[in-house]
Design a protein around this ligand. Structure first.
Ligand SMILES: [Zn+2]
Length: 192
């Protein structure tokens, strides 16, 4: 199944190969274009099913995801689990649960997101949820591209592929003279 999902991710341009500048400032030979999966409802349904099936026995009453990608995924996972869907929006200190969403201490929440890199948005979402006193059953992500990050609850990844990253000075792709691409920009920039 892992190979099948990898082939799907490549076919739809979600998983790209090349020479990329990551937001961390590091370089990598692969990049996940998460909106190439989020724009395909059928693909979202497929990946969400893996998360929903994994966590169905946990009996979540709410699925929560951080904006923007996590909110789309939360909606689809909640649809499959027949639970409510809420979103965690950015705040000045991290994430907040607004929009009049009601969460009680009796609720059991499944936290979802698109791509796990450092886990920052997931941790901020969990912090906002913990303030409500509700229980958290676990975390589900479509794509785990980390080499392992510390999270306070069990993690399930529909697809996992750790990315190699390089400091610019040690990047073999730079040394090979490959043009560097900034994801989200169509042009490629020359190495200085
Ligand atoms: Zn490089």
């Amino acid at each position: 199944m892992k190979d099948d999902l990898g082939a799907i991710l490549r076919r739809y341009g979600v998983l790209r190969t090349g020479h990329f500048l990551l937001t961390s400032g590091l370089h990598s030979d692969r990049y996940f274009e998460k909106f190439r999966i989020l724009e395909q409802p059928r693909l979202c349904e497929l990946f969400a099913r893996l998360i929903a099936d994994h966590y169905r026995p946990a009996g979540a009453t709410i699925v929560c995801g951080p904006t923007t990608g996590g909110a789309i995924i939360a909606y689809e996972v909640a649809r499959q689990l027949d639970t409510r869907c809420i979103i965690a929006e950015k705040s000045e200190t991290g994430r907040k649960i607004g929009r009049g969403f009601v969460i009680t201490p009796a609720d059991q929440i499944l936290v979802v997101d698109d791509v796990l890199t450092t886990g920052g948005s997931i941790r901020d979402t969990i912090a906002a949820l913990q303030a409500t006193g509700a229980g958290i059953v676990g975390i589900g992500v479509f794509i785990n591209r980390s080499h392992g990050v510390s999270l306070p609850y069990p993690l399930f990844s529909a697809y996992s592929e750790p990315l190699s990253t390089y400091e610019p000075q040690q990047c073999p792709l730079c040394h090979a003279g490959l043009p560097l691409e900034i994801p989200g920009r169509s042009d490629k920039i020359e190495q200085i």
